[in-house]
Design a protein around this ligand. Structure first.
Ligand code: SPV
Ligand code: MG
Length: 545
């Protein structure tokens, strides 16, 4: 930044007032309009009394309280970097009210205040201006002095607004007052006029010379070319009410159009997109902060659900839908699964479908298809979503129902790959072909649990590795390097002649064969998978427990 650029808002306002160039500030009346003014390039904001009253739907006659104004200014100031000059009416009372006002404005980083020499409660200068009594000059000078004496920041600006021309007193009185206010310490003079030509303002400017910064409000004499002001000893132009008028005109049009057409189709392209609001509100910053401070546990975890097969053993039940869409205990199997994921904050779920994908309710999931589901095994289904793999994921069969603690414990377990193993080797109700797990140790029921690793998974009950220590339930956690191990194992198995028929058990065995550890999370029952008709009733009972 240029070393001469003031850093404080009050410093910036003072620089505008004292600039050798003609400067401009624009009205704003709330946080969003203040931001829009800043984004348009304006170097300052006019906190207009008229506009703020109007946006509250009341008159510009001190019907809103000064604290309501200060509250609004706080939003405007928080939302912007450019200085705000408050239209402070008469200072909302006498010298004492003025002192308190200045303190409160400084606390909110409002750069300055303009007060006008009328009586509280005031009325807008363009409504019966001649009938409005002017303040006693000495009393008004006392107010200016009190304000100047109570400011802590030397750059805070107090602009004195002369209403003599509005009230019909003429140039002489205007100059007399301006001089007194200047003497009292005002940082600038605002000369106001309600004529449609700038003549009296220009005459005043001419007489005033460069005694102190001069500010004008060309609301009524708007047709005067700006260069005339530029050449007339004027420092600052206030566009005093154009944001609120623009908003009113636009809102009126849009509201009438929508009412008449009973539709928003034709207006959509003529109004700001919702994303524009988000951007003005700084929504992106909040999302970022949420990532930093509020990232819920497991929110990065994704789930992959394998649900491609037909499930022939279920007979007619799967004639028109895959297993995951069977209803159990009032919900589909898939819904049970998704609810378990949701309970653990896992919201990104990819499901690999194959048989009758059109019957799957895809709300809350992303669906991918293994089109060769009828002739391939689970491994091919998993390979369909390799591109969806993530550094933290659960891979599971879609026909599993389980108690919530199983997924919770799996998410809390550490290890690059963790397999959930039921330590009950035999289960007479089990209808499928079990994946017997051969682990480094049997389940240890003491509190001093040691890490257990999977050695092998097999449909064979007794293999050369000895007796099984449990059954794999079809659920895995994969994290960190584990993802790479799985990808490498898939690549390796792809070269195998049986690849198309391979299962996830083959994948686990391959990972282990490549010397990567697969940790075991032992459980004791509390899950069920749906393979045959008998399982449907059992699953119904399971969900009721
Ligand atoms: C305001 O913006 O509230 C002003 C300027 O005081 S004017 O309405 O032109 O009087
Ligand atoms: Mg005003």
């Amino acid at each position: 930044m240029n070393k001469d650029t003031p850093l404080t808002k009050s410093g910036k306002l003072r620089a505008l007032l004292e600039s050798s160039e003609l400067e401009f500030i624009m009205e704003a009346h709330n946080g969003i309009s203040a931001q829009i003014v800043e984004q348009a390039g304006f170097k300052g904001i006019w906190g207009s009394g008229l506009a703020m009253s109007a946006q509250f739907g009341v008159r510009d006659s001190n019907e809103i309280s000064w604290t309501q104004i200060v509250d609004m200014l706080e939003f405007m100031s928080d939302a912007t970097e450019i200085p705000i000059l408050l239209d402070g009416d008469t200072g909302y009372g006498n010298f004492n009210n003025m002192r308190r006002l200045v303190k409160k404005l400084e606390q909110r980083e409002i750069a300055g205040v303009c007060i006008e020499d009328k009586l509280f409660p005031k009325t807008n200068s363009f409504i019966d201006g001649e009938r409005q009594p002017l303040a006693d000059i000495d009393e008004f000078c006392g107010k200016i002095k009190a304000g100047k004496d109570s400011q802590d920041d030397p750059d805070f600006c107090i602009v004195a607004r002369v209403e003599a021309l509005i009230a019909g007193w003429g140039i002489k009185e205007a100059l007399r007052r301006a001089e007194a206010y200047h003497e009292a310490g005002a940082d600038g003079i605002l000369i106001h006029s309600k004529l449609s030509q700038a003549n009296e303002v220009l005459e005043f400017a001419h007489e005033w010379g460069n005694r102190s910064p001069l500010v004008i409000v060309p609301t009524i004499y708007y047709s005067t070319p700006t260069d005339i002001f530029r050449n007339a000893n004027i420092n600052l132009v206030i566009w005093a009410n154009h944001m609120v008028r623009a908003a009113v005109a636009s809102m009126e049009k849009i509201s009438t159009d929508i009412y008449a057409s009973e539709s928003v189709i034709d207006v959509e392209d003529n109004i700001a997109p919702v994303n524009k609001l988000f951007s003005l509100q700084g929504a992106a910053e909040l999302s970022e902060a949420q990532e930093r401070y509020l990232r819920p546990k497991n929110s990065e975890t994704r789930a992959i659900v394998l649900a491609a097969s037909h499930g022939h053993a279920l007979g007619e039940l799967t004639d028109d839908k895959p297993k995951v869409m069977l209803s159990v205990g009032g919900k589909t199997v898939l819904r049970h699964l998704l609810d378990e994921f949701k309970n653990q904050n896992i919201n990104k779920v990819t499901l690999v479908a194959g048989y009758k994908p059109e019957a799957i309710d895809t709300s809350g999931i992303e669906m991918k298809i293994n089109k060769d589901y009828a002739t391939t095994g689970e491994l091919v289904s998993l390979a369909v979503v390799v591109s969806e793999f993530h550094d933290d994921m659960i891979i599971t069969y879609g026909d599993l129902l389980f108690r919530s603690y199983i997924l919770r414990d799996l998410l809390e377990s550490d290890g690059e790959i963790v397999a959930v193993i039921d330590s009950t080797v035999e289960n007479e109700n089990y209808s499928g072909s079990p994946d017997y797990a051969y682990c480094s140790e049997e389940e240890d029921r003491t509190i001093f649990k040691r890490d257990v690793f999977l050695n092998h998974v097999s449909e064979e009950k007794n293999t050369s590795s000895g007796a099984p220590t449990g059954r794999w339930i079809g659920m895995l956690r994969v994290r960190g390097q584990g993802r790479q191990w799985i990808e490498e194992a898939i690549d390796k198995l792809k070269t195998h002649e049986n690849y198309r028929q391979m299962s996830l058990a083959d994948l686990l065995n391959q990972v282990i064969q490549q010397n990567h550890p697969v940790k075991v999370l032992y459980i004791n029952g509390h899950w069920i998978d749906i393979n045959a008709l008998a399982d449907i009733d059992r699953a119904g009972d399971f969900t009721k427990l």
